[in-house]
Design a protein around this ligand. Structure first.
Ligand code: NAP
Length: 396
């Protein structure tokens, strides 16, 4: 299990020569200081759980499945069998096929210790599951989002008690055109959270992650940076190096979600990393540290980026201007989740694993990333903006 706590590791190697150097002998305890992370085996859970994962084959879901299986839990999946069909062939207890929109019949008559609900945005999806499972679930864990705090996140230190987004009164969340789910994403998630609380009173957990990053993320919102920086050369970087930066690695989120289920931790939690204030420069230099091409960053002021239609988040991914309505966007609080055992991989692990995964993608997907077809400015536009900046400043 990943841990940031002090832990004691028993030295298993023969230790006669080791002893001479002052290091522990065989069987002696080696105490590592706080903050050391090791990719150790997850270990087995004390009591195996019967877990239903709604979704499970997209991005965070597969990490939940792997971790839950490694911990010895029984895992059932429910999805449409469209995304990565066959991904867990024979590995999970059962793969149920249905659609949260209109066909949850595969869940009829079943009971679970825990449901982890990944895909839901619309409250109707929670209701549709509850029609089959209400009274048959001990713990419902709902994956929400920090977008619940709405479009204006000017407040710094947003926490679980902060106000949330409200759906316009002329929009009916139960008859909403699925095309509009994205437009009202944060407000619908708030309503879905409430639907969870209504159907599973006293036995729910709501987890609100910020930007989730890592292997399997096809949105390129973080992947852009490892993919781009691995190419080397001059890299366009947003505004000021000390601007704040937050994200959560999908493995940290998934593993903690399973531990929340094991510990029957109830309530509402932001799930945001890293554990300490982190800057956009630390993020970018950390990615550079896992690449080999010579790279240099050119930090271009936000005013100039705006003049050249370079958008935060979308083109300069991860980054949001730390003032105005996005002032608090990268400065939210995860203190409550950290107190309940949320842990974080080192940034270098996230960067390296994301890059390795990106380099394993089909060449056309890798090319699409570098062209900025999904998120990320794209190398052609990046070069144009850098040229314009150098023309303005007279720098070479
Ligand atoms: N990505 C981010 O940065 C971010 C940030 C904050 C919060 N979140 C939240 O994180 C959650 C987790 O997303 P994820 O993609 O990592 O989860 P996931 O469980 O790995 O993937 C989504 C799953 O949902 C299934 N699914 C989609 N539509 C369905 C439907 N109508 N009926 C049944 N199953 C359906 C998909 O399979 P099929 O296609 O085969 O049905 C897939 O298995 C989401 O709720 C999202 O709002 C994401």
């Amino acid at each position: 299990m990943t841990t940031r706590r002090s832990f004691v590791k028993w030295v298993s190697a023969a230790g006669s020569a080791v002893g001479l150097t002052g290091l522990p002998r065989l069987g002696e305890a080696l105490e590592l200081p706080d903050g050391i992370w090791t990719p150790a085996s997850p270990g087995r859970a004390r009591a195996p759980l019967n877990i239903l994962i709604l979704g499970g084959t997209g991005f965070t879901g597969p990490e939940q499945v792997d971790y839950a299986l490694a911990r010895g839990h029984r895992v059932t999946l429910f999805n449409r069998n469209k995304t990565r069909p066959g991904m867990f062939n024979g590995k999970v207890h059962e793969e149920l096929v249905g659609d949260l929109n209109n066909d949850t019949s595969a869940l009829a008559g079943k009971s679970f210790d825990v449901v982890i609900d990944n895909p839901t945005t619309a409250p109707a999806w929670v209701r549709n599951v509850a029609q089959q499972l209400k009274g048959r679930v001990r713990h419902y864990v709902f994956i929400s989002t920090t977008s619940t705090y709405g479009n204006d996140q000017s407040a710094i230190g947003l926490n679980e008690d902060s106000p949330t987004a409200v759906l316009p009164s002329d929009v009916d969340p139960y008859t909403l055109d699925p095309q509009l789910l994205g437009r009202h994403y944060g407000a619908l998630k708030v309503l879905a959270e409430k639907e969870v609380q209504k159907h599973y009173p006293g036995s729910w957990t709501v987890i609100r992650p910020c930007l989730i990053v890592g292997p399997l993320d096809r949105t390129d919102r973080f992947t852009w940076w490892p993919a781009r920086i691995a190419q080397g050369g001059e890299v366009l970087a947003p505004d000021r190096p000390d601007d704040p930066c937050q994200y959560i690695d999908s493995r940290d989120l998934a593993e903690w979600t399973v531990r929340v289920a094991e510990g029957h931790e109830l309530g509402l939690f932001n799930a945001i990393g890293p554990a300490h204030p982190f800057t956009i420069a630390e993020m970018l230099y950390g990615v550079r540290a896992v690449t080999t091409q010579p790279t240099r960053f050119t930090w271009v002021p936000w005013e100039f980026l705006q003049q050249h239609q370079v958008r935060p988040w979308r083109d300069m991914t991860v980054w949001q201007p730390p003032y105005g309505r996005t002032a608090g966007y990268q400065r939210r609080s995860a203190a409550k989740a950290i107190a309940k055992g949320l842990t974080f991989r080192p940034h270098a692990v996230t960067a390296k694993d994301t890059l390795d995964w990106h380099l394993s993608r089909p060449p056309a997907e890798q090319q699409a990333t570098l062209e900025g077809r999904i998120n990320g400015i794209g190398m052609k536009r990046e070069a144009e903006v850098l040229a314009a900046w150098h023309a303005r400043t007279g720098a070479g």
